[in-house]
Ligand binder design. Structure first.
Ligand code: CTP
Length: 402
């Protein structure tokens, strides 16, 4: 049921818009409060009057409304929604949203939204298959949006193939499943670490690595979407969490990350440590900037940083779940297996760095998961946002089997 869920239904120019009239009715009947934002070209297919009658709400189509040209606050609409559903989503709207363009009210609402967004594409089969459309779909997925794949059948052009908007009943089912998933981890507290750490050499220099934090942040967002309360501890990154269920703790060094992680872990049901912690730190921090005087090579003595994951593995209680990552360039499975055992983990996510899997900074990744029973699961190359769902599923199965 969608009782009291606030849904913005975006309708764009496609013959499939007629199905969205039924979709609006189904959503409203399931208990949702529906506000429709319709584009100018969608008005050629359906009328605002039928949509406002079915949803019992005003239908929005431009930045101003009424005789006096009252401004429609797209930010407010975006903030109001628990979920945005764009159905049908035309190639034009998909392209604009994927590339941050803002030609109309719906696209402004999309760009202002902080809630999950679903796209139900509808177009002719050659358009749907086009490499540019598929690239835009890939972009939307990589930002964490959801795509409701089109079905196969007869298209308005008379061609038969993939491109038909999913049926309204199917879309309703997907949205209902999504909201019930939102309760999956209600009441759970999960700690996630992400990004690199910086180990200071002197006031202007540090040792670090290329980690962007994207994988850990995607995991934190996914867990929060499922209802968990997430503590996200990260080193310096260029991204920020968006979900209100995430508390963000910013640190610099491995020592700071350890301190914060030990504190947060005490209150957590589970932890997924994703951070690319620098493995070494200088034995001595130079208070003044090191000068490059003389011709002698300069040596900086290094010592190991604390292994945060191993430390949590030592203090973990029977009921807590602990997961880590293994970043490997060779003998991946063997090394991951050793880390799982030595660090006392419930599961480990293996990242193999290779020419085809350049993980750092990329939106894509390829992973395998090993559980404590020794079973491997392999996942196809995918966006980090989608892989975060597989990792959250794995954590959920640990919760339900505990
Ligand atoms: N990790 C950690 N603290 C460290 C090093 C790693 O918490 N000082 C965690 C990472 O967050 C990751 C896991 O340990 O979840 C494995 O990290 P990885 O870099 O693959 O391996 P290491 O244990 O550092 O071993 P090695 O560098 O020898 O492969």
């Amino acid at each position: 049921m969608l009782f009291q869920k606030k849904i913005v239904l975006g309708i764009t120019g496609s013959i499939a818009a007629y199905k969205s009239v039924l979709l609006a009715r189904l959503l409203a009947r399931a208990g949702a409060e529906v506000k429709v934002v319709i584009t100018a070209s969608a008005r050629d297919f359906v009328t605002p009057l039928s949509l406002s009658t079915l949803t019992k709400n005003q239908v929005f189509s431009s930045f101003t409304t009424g005789e006096d040209g009252e401004w429609v606050n797209h930010v407010e609409l975006g903030m109001w929604a628990d979920l945005i559903l764009i159905a049908p989503a035309s190639a034009n709207t998909i392209g604009s949203c994927a590339n941050g363009l803002c030609h109309n009210l719906l696209q402004a609402v999309y760009l202002s939204a902080r809630c999950p967004v679903f796209f139900a594409p509808a177009m002719d089969l050659d358009m749907w298959k086009h490499i540019a459309v598929q690239a835009n779909i890939g972009k939307l997925r990589s930002y964490g949006n959801y795509i409701i794949d089109p079905g196969t059948g007869e298209l308005a052009s008379g061609l038969v193939g993939e491109g038909r908007m999913a049926e309204p009943e199917t879309i309703l089912e997907i949205i209902e499943d999504f909201f019930s998933m939102g309760r999956q981890m209600n009441g759970r507290r999960v700690l996630v670490t992400a990004g690199p750490t910086r180990e200071a050499i002197d006031p202007v220099r540090f040792i670090s690595n290329y980690s962007s934090g994207k994988m850990g942040f995607s995991i934190a967002e996914e867990l929060a979407n499922r209802g968990a309360t997430v503590s996200l501890i990260s080193g310096p990154v260029d991204i920020r969490p968006t979900h209100p269920g995430i508390s963000w703790i910013k640190v610099n060094s491995a020592e700071e990350m350890l301190k914060a992680a030990e504190q947060e872990f005490q209150k957590s049901d589970a932890a997924i440590l994703c951070a690319a912690v620098a493995d070494f730190q200088p034995t001595k921090y130079e208070e003044q900037k090191i000068k490059k005087e003389g011709e002698q090579p300069h040596t900086i003595e290094l010592k190991k940083t604390p292994d945060i994951l191993a430390k949590l593995g030592q203090i973990k209680s029977e009921s807590q779940i602990l997961a880590g990552f293994a970043l490997e360039t060779n003998s991946g499975r063997d090394n991951a297996m050793k880390k799982l055992k030595n660090k006392n983990l419930d599961f480990i996510v293996l990242n193999q760095l290779s020419e085809t899997n350049q993980i750092f900074g990329s939106d894509q990744n390829q992973i395998e998961i090993l559980d404590s029973k020794g079973e491997w699961k392999t996942f196809a190359q995918n966006s980090k946002a989608m892989l975060a769902k597989d990792i959250a599923d794995q954590l959920n199965s640990c919760f339900t089997n505990a």
